[in-house]
Write a protein that binds this ligand. Structure first.
Ligand code: ABC
Ligand code: CA
Length: 468
């Protein structure tokens, strides 16, 4: 039932160092770069109103363990992925008490908390000799694979036993195939989840640990889990889903990029074939995947296209297509940074503006989604059904709504008929969530409404009772 509950969430991805300060906002404080900037767990707890105003019901926070303190050419471990001590927390983010307090605050609001974790590696700055004694618990050379950087991500052995990173920061690859190491991790995750009462995990670098590691690990964690399988091929990702409940949806991400954000844009017919049909053919349940259009590893959408219609279409896709939507902090303030670290700018620079146009657009879409889930309990488990498709338009139905996507851009206009299934005995009244225009379908079934797509904008039409 934990999985069922996760399916109905809208997750907000937080970079703990770059979300909020403990005590008050300093909108002019530094907000870019590769050094710690000062965000904390208390800061997150203080800003839960903001996240709830947006409509998100769960948060995903950065890895919590103590990282190496070195200042490297890639800066500091502000993101949390450069572990040194798995049994201690990152002092830059706060104390154990602060973290317990945060999760409690989250639960008091009936929200969920997912924690990011890394089992693949610890980190070492530079190419020099390694002082193993400073690592916990893996404090001997024998705990790691020999230093040899991953060359070929498509070679399983290289990918699983090689080191990520380079001579600036080497990610010391732990011998996760050894039973004693696995035993440690199983106890570690059980204790960690119990101590802080986390509701879910996001497992980092999934491709870099052999698959058999995961089932007993996830069983010990005993909470819902997304794996970060960084790969665009649904077949590749689907294979991992035999070992873990869910994955971050990179296959969908790449198709969204190709259809809306990169030139030449692929047709919506191809989008439907790849993002919907091919995904379903390879992934047992696409409604369980973690959908995103931005995260801390990829450029933001506005970095790839400046067309606001296309941007809005990606957001509508994120929120209404099969799967669990994940909003990355800053999306609601129209951040536009490119590759890391530009995509990781701190949110305080936005002054947490809840009157921002995009904050309100997103908030509306997220709240409508939540209302649909309340009214139609099968919303989250029902696959979208295509009701119209051409080169530039793809419309689909999910319980209580019809969603129209268009990738013609803001200079395009279209008109097309969509047949609406009319509930027995009643007349379907569909309302556009933006214009509140009503589309009435007559009881003769199937009946058709004529849709006008203005300026390439997406449409969300819901049963009118949803908006009341
Ligand atoms: C630092 C600097 C960077 C610098 C880098 C060398 O070092 O910040 O500017 O370029 C953490 C930090 C990073 C840091 C790294 C390394 O550590 O956040 O700032 O980069 O020190 C996860 C996390 C990520 C985290 C780590 C490490 C792992 O989300 O934030 O990084 O704990 C690979 C891994 C993946 C990892 C990702 C960053 O790198 O598999 O787990 N993410 C291909 C490969 C992927 C590869 C990806 C990106 O490129 O297949 O395995 O991800 O390098 C599609 C294909 C895909 C393909 C893409 C590009 O094209 O289908 O397979 O992905 O079509
Ligand atoms: Ca490994």
């Amino acid at each position: 039932q934990s999985t069922q509950r996760w399916k109905s969430q809208c997750i907000y991805q937080i970079l703990t160092d770059r979300f909020a300060f403990s005590d008050e906002d300093h909108s002019n404080a530094p907000s870019t770069g590769r050094m710690y900037l000062g965000g904390t767990w208390r800061g997150i707890a203080r800003k839960l109103d903001y996240i709830q105003a947006l409509g998100c019901t769960a948060i995903w926070i950065s890895p919590i363990v103590k990282n190496i303190e070195d200042v490297t050419d890639y800066g500091q471990g502000y993101h949390g992925y450069w572990a040194q001590d798995l049994l201690d927390v990152n002092p830059h983010f706060g104390t154990k008490q602060d973290l317990i307090h945060l999760v409690k605050q989250v639960h008091d609001r009936n929200m969920l908390c997912m924690v990011d974790i890394v089992v693949n590696h610890m980190a070492h700055a530079g190419s020099g000799e390694i002082d193993y004694s400073k690592y916990c618990p893996f404090n001997s050379e024998a705990d790691y694979h020999p230093r040899k950087y991953v060359q070929n991500y498509d070679d399983t052995v290289d990918c699983e036993t090689g080191w990520l990173g380079d001579d600036t920061v080497g990610l010391m690859d732990i011998r996760t195939e050894e039973p004693r190491v696995q035993k440690f991790f199983q106890n570690w995750i059980r204790d960690l989840v119990q101590m802080y009462h986390f509701d879910g995990l996001r497992i980092d670098t999934v491709k870099h640990v052999h698959r058999e590691f995961y089932p007993p690990f996830i069983e010990a964690a005993n909470v819902f889990t997304f794996g970060e399988v960084f790969h665009g091929d649904p077949k590749f990702v689907g294979d991992y889903l035999r070992y873990m409940p869910s994955s971050i949806n990179y296959p969908l991400y790449y198709q969204i990029r190709k259809a809306f954000a990169q030139l030449p844009r692929m047709s919506m017919k191809e989008f439907y074939e790849k993002a919907v049909l091919e995904a379903r053919a390879n992934i047992p349940d696409t409604t369980i995947l973690g959908n995103f259009i931005e995260n801390h590893d990829v450029p933001r959408i506005l970095n790839m296209t400046s067309d606001s219609s296309l941007l809005l279409n990606t957001l509508v896709t994120l929120l209404y297509i099969d799967g669990i939507p994940i909003v990355f902090q800053g999306q609601e303030q129209m951040f536009f940074g490119g590759d890391d670290p530009e995509n990781r700018n701190a949110l305080w620079s936005s002054q947490y503006d809840t009157t921002h146009f995009m904050f309100n657009v997103l908030s509306k879409m997220i709240h409508v989604r939540q209302s649909l889930i309340e009214k139609f309990p099968d919303f989250c488990t029902t696959l979208s059904r295509c009701v119209y498709l051409d080169d530039y338009n793809f419309a689909f139905e999910r319980p209580g709504c019809i969603v129209c996507l268009c990738n013609g851009g803001s200079n395009s206009n279209f008109q097309y008929p969509v047949s609406v299934s009319v509930e027995q005995g009643s007349v379907a009244r569909l309302m556009d969530i933006w214009t509140e225009e009503i589309f009435e379908a007559s009881p003769s079934s199937p009946s058709t409404v004529n849709l006008i797509v203005d300026a390439g904008l997406p449409k969300v039409l819901v049963q009118s009772s949803i908006l009341r």
